[in-house]
Design a protein around this ligand. Structure first.
Ligand SMILES: CC(C)(COP(=O)(O)OP(=O)(O)OC[C@H]1O[C@@H](n2cnc3c(N)ncnc32)[C@H](O)[C@@H]1OP(=O)(O)O)[C@@H](O)C(=O)NCCC(=O)NCCS
Length: 395
């Protein structure tokens, strides 16, 4: 068996049959192969690795070059996708080997962090990844927000085809990348594919010409659902403008179905407001995303808690294993290698969970991601206060 990196235009003959068999209804028609081949222009910057034996492709993995905000610092991120193996070649360790090579290569290419959507989290847990929140949906009747129709808000909302509003929408996602913990975006090559999405509207909220919110959506039928993408806003006014826009769809659609982060509390959007807020995780199709650090340097500069210091040993990981002194100073973290005795022993999943703000140090221990001496529990809690990330990108 040999592992080989392939170019985008080789994916159609090698990875397409594996991916399509694994993830799509099949058998597939020739037209699907052609559609896939055409899309590969948007995959030119993807790192794709395959495992081959006697000229046959047995397994493949890939990483999109992306960027992600981790506690205020924007890192290059490897967005892992296209993971599949031939049924006859499964359980031979091929994907484990491919993933090992991919993570190493992406780290060497400058990616400090990585994220993916798992078919089964425990599979990627063995590779150092840890879960972060899945996007929520809020489902409500537009008339529930009718009080907003009376509000005189200092701004306006434009409805455009996504192709027309794409530049403004994209600019808002780049602003969210700078401002929102966990937020991640594709590079320009891959992003260009979304510009061509023909069948979505985008509602853009502006105040004095400045974009303060945007949401993509489609309407499935008269009297049916308005199905919206992620609610992207720079603050309360952007949110109010977009919700007011949804309220204007009373008697046109029965329900609005909107994607939101864990920090949104829809029951506070109105009085007498009936809403269902759901975070549905189902396997293998709707896993909550997972993340990991690919380089320990990713901790440097993170906006974190007050002054504290702790020595940790990261174990069982080729990429970030070692002993480190982590200090917080004026709200920023710094990390350096040390030979001191550790006060906490953490797996990659454990330190990643702390870095991303998803688990408290006690939960890191109870989840089996390490051991922490009593005084270090408090120090780690101060250095890594909980803060839920919002991933945004779906891949
Ligand atoms: C999931 C899939 C990619 C695994 O590939 P594979 O080459 O069989 O995986 P490996 O042999 O490298 O297995 C690595 C480890 O995961 C375990 N594993 C493999 N498949 C697993 C599964 N379905 N559930 C739980 N563990 C699994 C293996 O036992 C092995 O454990 P070990 O490291 O302790 O020995 C393959 O089964 C597949 O293509 N499935 C359909 C598509 C899919 O779900 N892709 C994943 C998208 S996120």
């Amino acid at each position: 068996m040999e592992i080989r990196q392939i170019a985008a235009d080789e994916r159609t003959d090698t990875m397409f049959p594996l991916q399509t068999y694994a993830f799509m209804p099949s058998p597939w028609a020739d037209a699907e192969r052609e559609t896939y081949a055409k899309r590969m222009v948007f995959y030119r910057t993807v790192t794709s690795l395959i495992a081959e034996e006697d000229g046959q492709t047995l397994a493949g993995v890939a990483a999109f070059p992306m960027r992600q905000n981790v506690r205020g610092v924007v890192h290059d991120m490897a967005g892992v996708a296209s993971v599949s193996s031939h049924p006859a070649a499964r359980r031979r360790g091929l994907v484990r080997q491919l993933m090992g090579r991919l993570m190493l290569q992406m780290r060497d290419q400058g990616c400090a962090v990585s994220a993916l959507y798992p078919f089964r989290p425990s599979f990627y847990g063995k590779l150092g990844y840890v879960g972060v929140p899945r996007v929520r949906t809020a489902t409500f009747a537009p008339e529930g927000l009718s009080h907003l129709l009376k509000a005189d808000l200092p701004g306006e909302v434009d409805r455009l085809h996504l192709s027309e509003g794409f530049d403004e929408y994209d600019a808002l996602t780049l602003r969210q990348l700078e401002e929102r913990h966990g937020f991640s975006v594709y590079d320009e090559t891959r992003t260009a594919e979304f510009r061509e999405s023909p069948s979505l509207w985008v509602a853009i909220a502006r105040v004095d010409g400045e974009v303060v919110g945007a949401v993509t959506y489609r309407i499935d039928q008269y009297g049916g659902d308005l199905v919206a993408g992620d609610l992207l806003t720079t603050g309360a006014l952007g949110r109010a403008l977009l919700l007011q826009f949804f309220a204007r769809h009373t008697d046109q659609v029965a329900r609005i179905v909107l994607k939101i982060g864990t920090d949104e509390v829809p029951e506070l959007w109105g009085t007498d407001f009936a809403v269902l807020t759901e975070g549905r995780v189902e396997l293998p199709r709707r896993g909550a995303p997972m993340v990991r650090l690919l380089a320990i340097d990713a901790l440097n500069g993170l906006h974190a808690g007050a002054e504290a210091a702790v020595t940790v040993e990261v174990v069982d990981d080729e990429l970030i294993g070692g002993r480190y002194r982590i200090t917080g100073d004026a709200g920023r973290l710094a990390v350096e290698a040390t030979k001191d005795e550790p006060q906490a022993t953490l797996t990659c999943a454990g330190i990643s969970a702390l870095a991303y703000g998803v688990l408290d140090p006690v939960e890191v221990v109870t989840r089996g991601f390490g051991r922490v001496e009593a005084p270090a529990v408090e120090a780690l809690g101060v250095l890594f206060p909980q803060q839920m990330p919002y991933l945004f990108a779906d891949f």
